[in-house]
Ligand binder design. Structure first.
Ligand code: SF4
Ligand code: MG
Length: 321
């Protein structure tokens, strides 16, 4: 089976007044048709920038892809011009973000926003676009879609707004949905409903999903495969059950140990000591070494490469080489 999306050694750097931030620094990742791939890691590790790189939506002119390739349906997106990216964004690859309020236009009724994306990509009459927009609102399980069509974003709850965003993202039936922390801003019950909705729609529309989250619990519930990102790099990649059963990278083990167990709710969340490294000036060798309890000399000098340790289970750590 050929991957739908195949990212090879991607590097996206950002120029800032303080220097160059190596936000994505050699990421290789593939997503197969119809699968849900999780991308996990602490905030600031480059997860969002990886997704933004796929659609070239990182801040410009500060951001730039300095190396690597992003093959989508066999075509490398990296050299594409902005006009060519327009045909892909929202049509073949869509994105939903954490905070739907900031991505929805406050002066438009939400139904018109869905019509807008449909009419950008497909020639259709206003009447057909309206009909399809209502159909999308119904698809994302919004009650009374004909009425909600005329609502403004501020009149809707956070969960409803996120449903609208999903309707916009899926209106053109993309092959790939990039979901960046789509439930982080929502309360727990709504979170579960939105994740369930994404799962159901993925099945109905045969869309592959890249689900970005800092929450391994979310990954366990929704994803088939997962990549763990640390300081701009993928440190481990495996099928979800394999990663939970047999985590290899010390960072993944620490992340798993930090998942709170419901029965121990009163206990404080055990966090990983140390902080996410500065991507202006990342540590030498293995970027995790300042926080790794198993670090040894080689870790300070040599960067570990991502290698297939067991079948379909990749890890970048000197403990295994
Ligand atoms: Fe720890 Fe060394 Fe493995 Fe990095 S390479 S995770 S420092 S043991
Ligand atoms: Mg982010």
């Amino acid at each position: 089976l050929a991957p739908l999306l195949n990212i090879k050694n991607l590097k996206t750097y950002l120029k800032t007044p303080r220097g160059t931030v190596r936000a994505v620094d050699g990421v290789s990742l593939e997503i197969f048709p119809g699968e849900t791939m999780g991308l996990v890691g602490e905030s600031g590790c480059g997860k969002s920038m990886t997704a933004l790189s796929i659609l070239k939506l990182y801040p410009q002119p500060q951001g730039k892809i300095v190396a690597g390739e992003i093959f989508f349906e066999g075509q490398n997106l990296v050299p594409l011009k902005e006009e060519e990216m327009w045909k892909i964004r929202g049509k073949k690859i869509s994105m939903v973000f954490q905070e739907p309020m900031t991505s929805l236009d406050p002066v438009f009724p939400v139904g018109e926003e869905i019509m807008e994306v449909l009419r950008i990509h497909e020639a259709m009459s206003p009447a057909t676009a309206r009909e399809k927009a209502i159909e999308m609102l119904r698809l994302v399980r919004i009650p009374e879609p004909e009425r909600i069509f005329h609502s403004y974003p501020h009149q809707l709850s956070g969960g409803m707004r996120q449903r609208v965003m999903i309707a916009i993202a899926l209106a053109c039936r993309p092959r790939l949905l990039l979901a960046d922390e789509p439930t982080t801003a929502l309360d727990v019950t709504i979170q579960a409903q939105i994740l369930e909705l994404i799962e159901e729609l993925k099945e109905e529309l045969h869309t592959a999903v890249l689900l970005i989250t800092h929450d391994l619990g979310v990954v366990a519930e929704t994803c088939q495969r997962v990549a763990v990102m640390y300081a701009g790099k993928i440190v481990e990649k495996a099928q979800v059950f394999e990663l939970f059963d047999n985590p290899l990278h010390p960072y993944t083990r620490a992340l798993l140990a930090s998942i709170p167990h419901i029965e121990e709710e009163k206990e404080a969340l055990e966090s990983i000591p140390g902080s996410v490294p500065d991507l202006l000036n990342p540590p030498s060798g293995c970027r995790f070494h300042p926080r790794c309890l198993q670090a040894f000399e080689r870790c300070l000098e040599e960067e570990p490469q991502l290698k297939e340790k067991e079948e379909k289970h990749w890890v970048a750590c000197h403990l295994y080489s």
